[in-house]
Ligand binder design. Sequence first.
Ligand SMILES: NC(=O)c1ccc[n+]([C@@H]2O[C@H](COP(=O)([O-])OP(=O)(O)OC[C@H]3O[C@@H](n4cnc5c(N)ncnc54)[C@H](OP(=O)(O)O)[C@@H]3O)[C@@H](O)[C@H]2O)c1
Length: 432
Amino acid sequence: MVTLEQMRASNARIPECLPAGLVAVFVGGTSGIGEATMKELAKHAVQPRIYFLGRSERAAVRITNELAAINPGGQYHFLQADLSLLQTVDEVCYELKGHEGVINLLFLTAGTMVTGKETPEHLYYPTALNYYSRIRLIVNLLPLLQKAPFLRRVVTVFGGTKEGAVSVGDLQGRSLGLPLSSRTCPPTPPASTSSPPRPTPSPTSTGTSPLNNPKHHASHLAHLRAHTASMTTLALESLALEAPDVSFVHTFPGFVRSTHVGRELRKGGKAAKAAAAAASGGNGGVGLMRSMLNKMVSSTSGSSASVVSSLAEAGERQLFVATSGRFPARSRGWGGRNNSTGGMSTASTATGNSVLSAGGNGTAGVVLVEGSGVNVARGSDARQGSGVYSVGLDAEAKGEEAVRRLREEDLVRRVWLHTIGEFLRVTGTEFV
Ligand SMILES: NC(=O)c1ccc[n+]([C@@H]2O[C@H](COP(=O)([O-])OP(=O)(O)OC[C@H]3O[C@@H](n4cnc5c(N)ncnc54)[C@H](OP(=O)(O)O)[C@@H]3O)[C@@H](O)[C@H]2O)c1
């Protein structure tokens, strides 16, 4: 485990370890954890160029002013987009490629807890935003990440270490956790360019959606999170095969005082309101989030979820994940090494500190300091420094056994084929 103090110490070394002009893209930077991490990066990076994506122009104006006040030497650009649509994701990627030739950091937080509706592209809305859209962004921007001369990293903030069962017959996750009697979702068709629209969970014989029942809704969210967390880690493993020179981290941020998800949940129609009311006991905002998340975590992992951190702390923790040499890319050759430093050599910084060198070209990020107690992390395949990491708020891996079982079921390949199939169906291309 990495303590908050160790994370802060690493973040403080960003100016000496990462060159000026770092390019970062924050997908979901208009609130919550994305906004907080972006501000932490602006605090520490030298002349960063930061792009942030979301729908809210009002939030973007406020945040741009705040970023400029934090670091006047940086450049900050907002790109407005509804990222639940893959066609829009492609347009944003074209725009980014028009501005930048390399990207050092792709940081993904755009997400929702709204359930029970689908996008015009016939994807289940929460899965479109939490999974398909994020993976599409990674695939499209991978060549720019691979060209970065230092720090090549993707961080997706969702359910790292919370991987669970994958429902092969319902990969979009429309009916997960709902009573069998209400499941109308047909099996996901094999990858093809012509899969038909699929219905959302249908009304029962009494005329109400099962999602109107708070118990079913909480169960749906819990199963959907475990399923989507697994899909995410498995997809990152496929992407790392394609790009072994980029590191991929899937994190669970802990419970963060971010009222935006709660607000959206309350806006999300009758079903969401019913679940929200039941979960929050009327105290809204943080109470709602904590209560919902407690239900979700305890129902999937049996653990209690009482720790709630501030947004500022979440930003510090996630900035560590986004920049530390603890998470090197696979091609750096750590895989299979079993010593605590991942086989790194010792070097000195400009300030004379003894550091663990990340193998020469510095693409691993902020180099680790020998004796600091922070070492190269175990990857999702349980091997140290293997390039794909699934970690909790303490930057520690946990779910390797669950992921190993999924891998043995050939789900890395099956999930990837499904994902590409949906990309082809919706956009006609595997990437742009
Ligand atoms: N907060 C927690 O305690 C917690 C715990 C575990 C996991 N997580 C996960 O961590 C991620 C980030 O959480 P958060 O608390 O930072 O959430 P948040 O405050 O709600 O931020 C979500 C971001 O996604 C953007 N977004 C939502 N729908 C969008 C759409 N259709 N198109 C474009 N952008 C959209 C929002 O921007 P606009 O509104 O401007 O579009 C916002 O910037 C989520 O996946 C969440 O499930 C959070």
